[in-house]
Design a protein around this ligand. Structure first.
Ligand code: HEC
Length: 456
């Protein structure tokens, strides 16, 4: 809150104003918030990737005229922390993420002040240069890793202009001829039309594996069998999600003759979309760089024993437990619900009985399946025997602006008007020895940080 001369407004996690204090405007009002100096850099860094020609958002925010035209809407979405899409609860749980694209409190305040003070342009000479964006429909990880080492495309599918939701489950050869360890993966629908109709994509990796500690062993079977979380699920993609990057020393393993079993969930957009495809981009570790630990995508259900049962006009809570039988590091948290999804929480109950909320998404938006990827020094390290408690809240009242019909009873189902309740989590299973090494590393990092702070 270093900006002088304006009202300082603090926003709580739920977006309500908790305090307002007036600060005297200094002589000459040199600190007036302007588009050119203050707002344009924020929009460039945090919004334009999506809000530009050819990208996914309906409005463009690439110049002063556009920003001014949509100023009220920008203020509302930013102050409520709906935009940029990053809906993690800031008041509880882990807050260090690799892909955090949220605004700081100060940036939010800059935008709010700018709108409240009549959206001044300021000195055009201060306008930043237009950034050079990568193709908004391309692989986003390309900017970090270059082009993928392997691209696997789903067979083309033509979707009618108007039809029920479709699920397409073709099988594609990966073409791999030797075992390769994967350090990053990303799925992208090809082109704007495919992106519009694709609700989610699952890519299952099918390959022959000897049953071993690394294949069948380290699986946590949930009460419902957890078949979705078997060794084969490679990656899940839904609107708003980016790629997955595995931490050093961990990755997924692809074997010769492997295949991808796709599941594309699509909904019609009012005109025919011909030959829609999605692509799976894969980045490998170098051949001589073999990671010690294997990461698996797990589906942690929150359905509970009774399943999903959401009466009309009510908020329903469901919960399910998952015991981790092996020492584990959780790499991310990605809640999956549909239109009535409201809150999802992932909590750890340690073998000694202590409890800790790891992450909670409070303002879940069904059209944003954001994957919250933990920073390397924050990814939870959980001893064997830890229980993960996943809790989901669904709001089937008329208060929920995303609710298409609060008079309906809602149960579990594939369509977006049905519901789901699970978290997708990449779990890296560790040997007890590696687990202890990782824990010791973490403690050293924490000590170093404490020392640095002390020496300041
Ligand atoms: C990851 C992509 C992405 C980023 C980053 C992003 N937006 Fe958005 N934004 C969207 C999409 C897609 C929509 C339309 C769907 C929706 O509302 O969820 C949208 C909707 C909006 C709307 C409502 C538009 C309308 O039609 O009323 C506003 C305003 C907005 N965004 C502002 C911003 C601002 C300001 C930022 C940066 C501080 C930002 N967005 C960052 C993708 C993004």
């Amino acid at each position: 809150m270093s900006r002088k001369g304006f009202h300082i407004v603090l926003w709580s996690g739920v977006g309500a104003v908790v305090s307002i204090l007036g600060v005297a405007v200094p002589q000459g009002a040199a600190q007036e918030v302007t588009y050119a100096r203050d707002v344009a850099p924020i929009l460039q860094a945090n919004c334009q990737q999506c809000h530009m020609e050819g990208s996914i958002a309906p409005i463009h925010l690439t110049n002063y005229e556009e920003a001014r035209r949509y100023a009220r809407r920008i203020r509302a979405k930013v102050a409520d922390r709906i935009m940029p899409p990053w809906h993690i609860d800031r008041t509880v749980g882990i807050q260090a993420f690799k892909n955090d694209r949220s605004l700081t409190d100060e940036e939010v305040q800059t935008i709010v002040s700018w709108v409240d003070h009549g959206t001044p342009l300021g000195d055009p000479a201060e306008l930043p240069e237009a950034p050079d964006f990568s193709d908004p429909l391309g692989f986003q990880l390309e900017s970090d890793f270059g082009a993928p080492d392997l691209v696997i495309a789903s067979p083309p599918y033509t979707l009618e202009a108007e039809t029920q939701d479709k699920w397409y489950r073709p099988l594609t050869e990966t073409g791999i001829t030797e075992p390769r360890w994967v350090r990053a993966i990303e799925i992208r629908p090809v082109g704007a039309d495919a992106k519009t109709i694709t609700h989610h994509v699952l890519a299952f990796l099918q390959q022959d594996e000897e049953e071993s500690e690394y294949t069948v062993g380290p699986l946590i079977t949930s009460a419902r069998g957890g078949s979705m979380g078997g060794p084969g699920l490679f990656m899940e993609w839904a609107v708003g999600k980016e790629g997955e990057i595995f931490p050093e020393g961990a990755g997924k393993l692809m074997l010769p003759d492997s295949k991808i079993r796709w599941e594309l969930h699509m909904h019609a957009m009012g005109r025919v979309v011909e030959d829609a495809t999605v692509e799976l981009g894969v980045w490998f570790y170098d051949r001589d760089d073999v990671p010690e630990n294997r990461t698996r995508l797990r589906m942690f259900d929150a359905r509970g024993e009774t399943g999903l049962d959401i009466p009309p006009g009510e908020v329903a809570v469901t919960q399910q437990y998952h015991v981790l039988r092996w020492p584990s590091r959780l790499e991310n948290f990605q809640p999956h619900m549909h239109m009535r999804g409201k809150v999802m929480q992932m909590e750890a109950v340690y073998p000694n009985g202590s409890q800790e909320v790891l992450s909670r998404v409070t303002d879940f938006q069904w059209n944003w399946h954001v994957n919250y990827i933990y920073a390397d020094d924050a990814a939870p390290l959980l001893p064997a025997g830890t229980t993960l408690v996943i809790t989901a809240w669904h709001d089937n009242t008329a208060e929920n602006p995303n609710n298409p019909d609060p008079t309906q009873w809602i149960g579990w189902g594939d369509r977006t008007v049905d519901e789901m309740a699970h978290a997708w989590v990449d779990v890296t299973y560790l040997s007890q020895e590696d687990f202890e090494i990782e824990v010791a590393k973490r403690e050293r990092m924490a000590d170093d940080r404490a020392n640095r702070n002390q020496n300041r």
